[in-house]
Design a protein around this ligand. Structure first.
Ligand code: TYM
Length: 338
C-alpha cells in the first residue's frame, strides 16, 4: 500500500532526517512531530537521508541498522503510508544525479558561509571532505526533486533551506520555471530544543558522550524521567520563560510542545511549584507521550515482511516521481534523453 499520487491538488511537504545516531527529543519536537500533523493538509514525502550521513565516518553495520530503524520509527510516530511516501535516499539515484547538476549552479563562497559546515569541520578536523562542503547542495536536490512547497525543519536547518531557495531561483532564472521555490516550516515552539545539561546549546546527536544531555525517543520511560530529574535548572525559583532562565525556558518549551499547551497557560499551571516537582512532571509527560511510539516501533520490528514490502513499494514509487523531475532538468541543461 502506498501514497495516492493521483491527488495532484494537494501541496507537497518534504523533509528528511539523517540516520546518524538515534533520534532525540530535539528531532522529534523540532521537526518530526510536525511532519505527522502536516499529513492532513499536504501530500507528504519523508526521506531517510543516509547519503548525507556518510559525510561523517559511519560504521557500516550500524548505519544499515539505523537506516531501517528510522524507517520504522517514521511509521511508529504516525507517518501513514497510505498518505505519505517514505524512502531511503540511497535507493533513489536521481538525488545524487541532481546534486551533481546543482553543484554546477552553486558557488564555493555561499557553501563556505554555512555555519553547520564550519561547526562540523571543526568537530571532524581530520575529515573535512568535499561531501561535507557540498552537503547543502544534496539537500537542495532532495527538496527540489519533488517540487516541494513546504519543508518542516528545526531552526538549525534554516540556512540550508535559504541556500536551496537561492539555487532554485538561480536555476529558474536561466531555464524558466523548473523548480518550486520551497518555504521553510518552522514551528513556533521547540524549533530549537536545548540540551538538558547544557541549555545554552542545542540538543545534538553529536553530544552522545554526555548521555544525560539528550533524551532519545526510544529511551525507556524510567530513563527519560531520570534524565529530566537531573536537568540543569537556573538560579531563582520561578517557573517562567526568561532570557536568564535557559534551563527552565527549555523545559517549558518541551512541555508545551508535547502537550500543545500555550506558554502562558503552562507558566500559570506551574506557578508556586518547586523545580524538582516541575522537572518530574515534564519527565513523566514526555515519557507518556513517547510510550505509544515505542510500542508501535517494537511491533513493527517483529513484522519484517510488512516493513520489507513497504520499503520496496515506496522505493519504486519515489524513483518514478524523482525520475520525472530529473528528466525535465536534463532536457533543460541540454543532455540527450536516451
Ligand atoms: P538532522 O538529521 O540533523 O535533523 C533532523 C531534523 O531535526 C531537527 N533538529 C532539531 N530541532 C529542534 N531542536 C533541536 N535540538 C534539533 N536538532 C535537530 C533538524 O532541524 C531537522 O529538521 N540536513 C538535514 C537532513 C536533510 C533534510 C533534507 C532536511 C537531508 N535532506 C531535505 C530537510 C529537507 C539534517 O541533517 O537533519
Amino acid at each position: 500500500m502506498a501514497m495516492d499520487v493521483s491527488d495532484v491538488k494537494k501541496k507537497i511537504s518534504y523533509s528528511a532526517m539523517q540516520p546518524t545516531g538515534l533520534p532525540h527529543l530535539g528531532n522529534y519536537l523540532g521537526a518530526l512531530k510536525n511532519w505527522v500533523s502536516l499529513q492532513d493538509e499536504y501530500r507528504c514525502i519523508y526521506c531517510i537521508a543516509n547519503l548525507h550521513s556518510i559525510t561523517v565516518r559511519q560504521d557500516p553495520v550500524n548505519l544499515r541498522k539505523r537506516t531501517r530503524d528510522l524507517f520504522m520509527l517514521y511509521l511508529a510516530m504516525g507517518i501513514d503510508p497510505k498518505r505519505s511516501l517514505l524512502y531511503f535516499q540511497s535507493a533513489v539515484p536521481p538525488h545524487a544525479e541532481l546534486a551533481w547538476i546543482l553543484n554546477c549552479y552553486t558557488y564555493m563562497g555561499e557553501l563556505g558561509r554555512m555555519t553547520q559546515y564550519k561547526d562540523k569541520s571543526q568537530k571532524h578536523s581530520d575529515n573535512i571532505n568535499a561531501g561535507l562542503f557540498s552537503y547543502p547542495v544534496l539537500m537542495s536536490a532532495d527538496i527540489l526533486l519533488y517540487s516541494s512547497d513546504v519543508v518542516p525543519i528545526g531552526e538549525d536547518q534554516r540556512q540550508h533551506l535559504e541556500i536551496c531557495r537561492d539555487i532554485a531561483s538561480r536555476f529558474n532564472n536561466i531555464y524558466g520555471d523548473v523548480f518550486v521555490v520551497p518555504e521553510a516550516y518552522i514551528g513556533k515552539i521547540a524549533a530549537r530544543v536545548m540540551g538538558l545539561q547544557e541549555p545554552e546549546k542545542k540538543m545534538s546527536k553529536s553530544d552522545g558522550d554526555n548521555e544525560n544531555n539528550l533524551v532519545y525517543l526510544l529511551d525507556k520511560p524510567e530513563v527519560i524521567i531520570s534524565k529530566f530529574k537531573r536537568a540543569v535548572t537556573d538560579s531563582g525559583n520561578e517557573i517562567k520563560y526568561a532570557p536568564d532562565k535557559p534551563g527552565i525556558s527549555n523545559l517549558l518549551s518541551i512541555y508545551c510542545a508535547v502537550t500543545g499547551e500555550k506558554p502562558e497557560a503552562a507558566e500559570s499551571k506551574f506557578a508556586g511549584k518547586g523545580y524538582g516537582d516541575f522537572k518530574l512532571i515534564v519527565g513523566e509527560t514526555v515519557a507518556e507521550s513517547v510510550r505509544p511510539i515505542q510500542q508501535k516501533f517494537n511491533e513493527l520490528s517483529k513484522n519484517k515482511d510488512y516493513v520489507d514490502a513497504l520499503i520496496r513499494s515506496n522505493t519504486e514509487q519515489t524513483n518514478a516521481l524523482a525520475q520525472r523531475m530529473l528528466t525535465k532538468v536534463k532536457k533543460k541543461v541540454g543532455f540527450p534523453i536516451v
